[in-house]
Write a protein that binds this ligand. Structure first.
Ligand SMILES: Cc1cc2nc3c(=O)[nH]c(=O)nc-3n(C[C@H](O)[C@H](O)[C@H](O)COP(=O)(O)OP(=O)(O)OC[C@H]3O[C@@H](n4cnc5c(N)ncnc54)[C@H](O)[C@@H]3O)c2cc1C
Length: 452
């Protein structure tokens, strides 16, 4: 049920590749020494990619300063504990624990995780009609087959939706199919009418369990940040790499360094809120424009007591696509907590950001009442995200849109003039849109700077 996992597990013949041995080795290296080497680096953004790079570079004797726009580190690894339970607003899962660098990092950082069982699932149609396991499993298997070949009918200019609809017109208005496409394609990538019809299953996957953080994913950035020189509340507005020393402007201050590593999200690069002097190379500008930025919003609702099924996932197949269509039962890994976490994706996610809390609760409750009856109580509390309007990301994560080429991810990762470097989930062709991809990108760029 989790992002990416389904596609990678089910597509026929796809090898599960682990990251290259050299990158894995260097991502696990103990930091060697702190002897100053006379070189300075400014890292823009204290998300996991920026912090991973900062820690590695500091260990190699670089004079590292991290500039972060927000009042805390972590970026899209952000945990809200105001309701007494860790609600991860961004990443929740370690997607595949075997060989995944986040697995070790989580252990070092003290992040506690729980296995989420994809088989523990119940699915309801409208009217609260239980869908049989067989019907659900058969549709999933058919989706697997379809995804294995759909790209053969696709093209660089056609969306996933256009090709799917022409090949499978009878499925377009089928609620179960809307649900499957929503949770397995739109959640992971983006609006079906914008997702590429040829690149919907790119990237690599780690084997092993899906594990969800139970005490908060922010334990990892907090651990990485320890001992680093991080300046919070510093929003970078200009990067001038005309001369040998790169000048960075933030909050009216200008500081220079030998190297600058930019780790702000793709959405921020798209916004143009950071001015580059001279303008970035055309290849990079094209990549920024062509790769898509999805929006996913998460909602945690709590009750005094639980009224729902004792399963990990409660699925619902409404008419409206991408709208509160599955619920993670938090009680399965926090037995004393009566909470459900639900999601909105893509266009509907962006729409939720215009809705009041009361409107959100009302819409979620319409789905839950349809399943469990009108007598169920309203939630006592709700937490929500607004990733699209968040000026620190302008979206949730990158994806392969119509017009994206895999080379564009490499173009985003390309250094400019050996002094301006780029990291972040959107720069990792193999692992884009994930916490591990972001982490590996930070290590990758630190290694490049060290090699200079
Ligand atoms: C809703 C959601 C669910 C997700 N679920 C998962 C999951 O379950 N598993 C998984 O592996 N991944 C998941 N991800 C993806 C994962 O969270 C990200 O890929 C990863 O955290 C990105 O790290 P990063 O360092 O690239 O960027 P970020 O964490 O976004 O860091 C960039 C930093 O730059 C800062 N910044 C922005 N603009 C400026 C500026 N002008 N000046 C200074 N600083 C600036 C930001 O504040 C931020 O701190 C999810 C993401 C979201 C949003």
């Amino acid at each position: 049920m989790q992002r990416r996992k389904f596609l990678k597990d089910t597509l026929t013949g796809l090898p599960i590749l682990l990251m290259t041995p050299s990158l894995l080795a260097s991502s696990c290296n103990k930091e060697e020494d702190n002897d100053p080497n006379g070189k300075s680096v400014i890292i823009i953004g204290a998300g996991i990619s920026g912090l991973a790079a900062a820690k590695k570079l500091k260990g190699k004797g670089f004079d590292v300063t991290v500039l972060e726009a927000q009042d805390r580190v972590g970026g899209r690894l952000r945990t809200n504990r105001t309701l007494g339970v860790a609600f991860d607003e961004g990443a929740s899962w370690i997607h595949g624990t075997s060989g995944n660098p986040i697995t070790n990092l989580a252990q070092q950082a003290g992040m506690i995780t729980a296995f989420t069982d994809d088989e523990s699932l119940v699915c309801y149609d409208i009217g609260g009609v239980l869908r049989s396991d067989t019907a659900f499993d058969n549709a999933e298997a058919e989706l697997e087959t379809i995804l294995g070949t759909l790209k053969n009918s696709g093209s660089a200019t056609q969306s996933f939706e256009a090709v799917f609809n022409s090949l499978h017109p009878t499925k377009v208005n089928d609620r179960l199919w809307k649900f499957l496409l929503s949770t397995y394609i739109t959640f992971d990538l983006g609006d079906l009418d914008k997702v590429s019809s040829t690149l919907y299953d790119e990237g690599e996957e780690f084997a092993g369990e899906e594990r969800i953080s139970t005490n908060g994913y922010d334990t990892i950035p907090n651990y990485l940040a320890n001992g680093l020189n991080i300046q919070l509340n510093q929003r970078v507005s200009k990067i001038d790499y005309t001369n040998e020393k790169v000048k960075v402007t933030y909050n009216g201050t200008i500081t220079e360094a030998d190297y600058v590593l930019v780790t702000v999200p793709l959405g921020v690069l798209k916004s143009g809120n950071i001015q580059f002097v001279p303008a970035l190379p055309t290849t990079k500008q094209t990549a920024i424009q062509k790769i898509g930025m999805n929006c996913v919003n998460k909602f945690l609702l709590t009750w005094d007591s639980a009224f729902w099924d004792d399963e990990q996932y409660i699925c619902y197949t409404p008419e409206t696509r991408d709208k509160f269509n599955y619920f993670v039962n938090v009680k399965k890994f926090h037995p004393s907590v009566n909470s459900l976490m639900t999601f909105a994706y893509a266009d509907y996610a962006r729409h939720t950001e215009t809705m009041t809390d009361a409107q959100i609760i009302n819409e979620v409750m319409l789905h839950l009442k349809d399943i469990y009856g009108n007598s169920i109580p309203n939630p006592t509390n709700m937490l929500r995200t607004k990733w699209q309007s968040n000026e620190n990301s302008f979206g949730a994560y990158s994806y392969t849109a119509v017009g994206t080429e895999m080379q564009h991810f490499d173009d985003l990762a390309e250094e400019v003039n050996d002094r301006l470097f780029f990291a972040g989930e959107h720069t990792e062709a193999d692992y884009f849109s994930t916490a591990h991809g972001a982490y590996l990108s930070g290590i990758r760029e630190a290694n490049k700077i060290i090699a200079l």
